[in-house]
Design a protein around this ligand. Structure first.
Ligand SMILES: *Cc1c(COP(=O)(O)O)cnc(C)c1O
Length: 399
């Protein structure tokens, strides 16, 4: 830990030289281990955000640190135009353990969602008489590129950075009827999150997902699942679609895939893989360090049955929240696995988040009246109890 990283001079540089996009607390984070993060003054934080549901094995998991270190000595970056051994291993483990046949690797969620949309549009051009429209859902979040801001149904985004990319139709989430009515000859795909994460953990019903699959089959269009938040064990299965016993035609992954290392992917069924040379690419896609991270995380997940653990821990978290609901006023306890949210009695989200931070807990308010829990999938029962203690204290002092 360096003394200077918490000095006013440091904060001054941060304020002057980092482009403003969000208000951050003034503590400077310097290290992490498991469920904990430390700032430059050695204050400890129990982390129930984990890099936005990214660090699925917690901070600096030894298995990942070892793999990245080993690979860094071997080959950091090959070339997007050349194969590398880590890329092949990562492709193998993802396709062997999902219903999908082929994968393309990128760096961020938004980038692979763009890729998925391109693939669906090309499929539409070739197989569906030029169909290009994609039906997405209101309140959805698919990323921050212009294309993905256009695809997303996030409240308030429709007016930003105009003009938007055309070709996205928004309908209500969990509304099969509305989706069905929105399908036309121009539709090539339906794209959604099985659980809307950023919108505050809205879980798709079985009936809805089964219905979407049926609609897609009947109309010959594609079902794209954005599993950037729900994938890699988060919902108690390796992939969120497994909770619904259906198979998507295309699936996107990010966040948990690298356990904290930036890497993302989209996967597709063989029949959908219509790209030709030059259609898709990226300088860093499939680079060895990222591929080692992805392989190591997925292999560890499967080997140690971490999704099962996440499911049990998530159920116990929800049980404990329900027990506390009288005393805390928390309602609508929802979610699958370790993607859980609750509603607050009033719009106290920001105040609770700030108070919890002061008391050493990182927690997220996706909406003014909701809190979201997205801890490491390896979080312990004792850490869950510690979180609830701090949370109850924070709730008591703000209400
Ligand atoms: C975070 C997220 C994205 C965007 O991922 P980035 O890596 O930030 O581009 C897209 N879709 C969902 C469901 C997400 O949670």
């Amino acid at each position: 830990m360096t003394e200077s990283s918490s000095t006013p001079a440091m904060l001054n540089v941060a304020e002057q030289r980092l482009m403003y996009v969000v208000t951050r607390p003034e503590q400077v984070m310097v290290r992490g281990k498991g469920s904990y993060l430390w700032d430059a003054n050695d204050n400890r934080y129990l982390d129930f955000i984990q890099g936005w549901a990214v660090n699925c094995l917690g901070h600096c998991p030894p298995v990942l640190v070892r793999a990245i270190n080993k690979q860094a000595k071997q080959l950091v970056n090959g070339s997007p135009a050349l194969l590398n051994d880590q890329m092949i291993e990562a492709a193998k483990i993802l396709t062997e353990n999902s219903c999908l046949d082929k994968v393309w690797f990128g760096n961020s969620g938004a980038e692979v969602n763009e890729g998925a949309v391109k693939l669906a549009r090309k499929y539409g051009a070739e197989q569906l008489n030029g169909a290009y429209e994609i039906i997405t859902t209101r309140d959805s979040f698919h990323g921050r590129t212009l294309g993905m801001m256009s695809a997303s149904g996030k409240v308030g985004w429709d007016a930003l950075f105009e003009p938007k990319v055309p070709g996205f139709i928004h309908v209500d989430f969990n509304d099969l009827e509305a989706t069905s009515s929105a399908i036309t000859d121009r539709t090539c795909a339906i794209m959604l999150e099985p659980i809307q994460g950023e919108a505050g953990v809205n879980v798709a019903t079985q009936e809805y997902i089964s219905g979407l699959r049926r609609l897609c089959d009947e109309r010959g269009i594609l079902l794209i699942l954005d599993e950037i938040q729900t994938g890699i064990g988060r919902t108690g299965k390796l992939f969120g679609y497994e909770n619904y016993e259906i198979e998507p035609d295309i699936m996107t992954l990010g966040k948990g895939l690298g356990g904290g290392f930036p890497v993302a992917a989209f996967l597709a069924k063989d029949k959908v893989c219509v790209f030709e040379a030059g259609d898709q690419g990226g300088t860093y896609g499939g680079q060895p360090l990222a591929m080692t991270a992805a392989y190591t995380v997925v292999n560890h997940m499967i080997d140690k049955k971490i999704p099962d653990r996440a499911r049990r821990r998530g159920n116990s978290l929800k049980r404990k929240l329900r027990k506390l609901s009288k005393e805390t006023g928390l309602t609508n306890i929802r979610g699958t696995g370790l993607l859980v949210a609750v509603d607050l009695p009033h719009d106290l989200g920001a105040a609770v988040v700030a108070q919890a931070f002061d008391n050493g807990l990182l927690i997220n308010a996706p909406k003014p009246n909701a809190l979201r829990f997205m801890p490491a999938l390896t979080v312990s029962d004792a850490e869950v109890d510690e979180m609830l203690d701090i949370l109850c204290g924070a709730l008591a002092s703000v209400s």
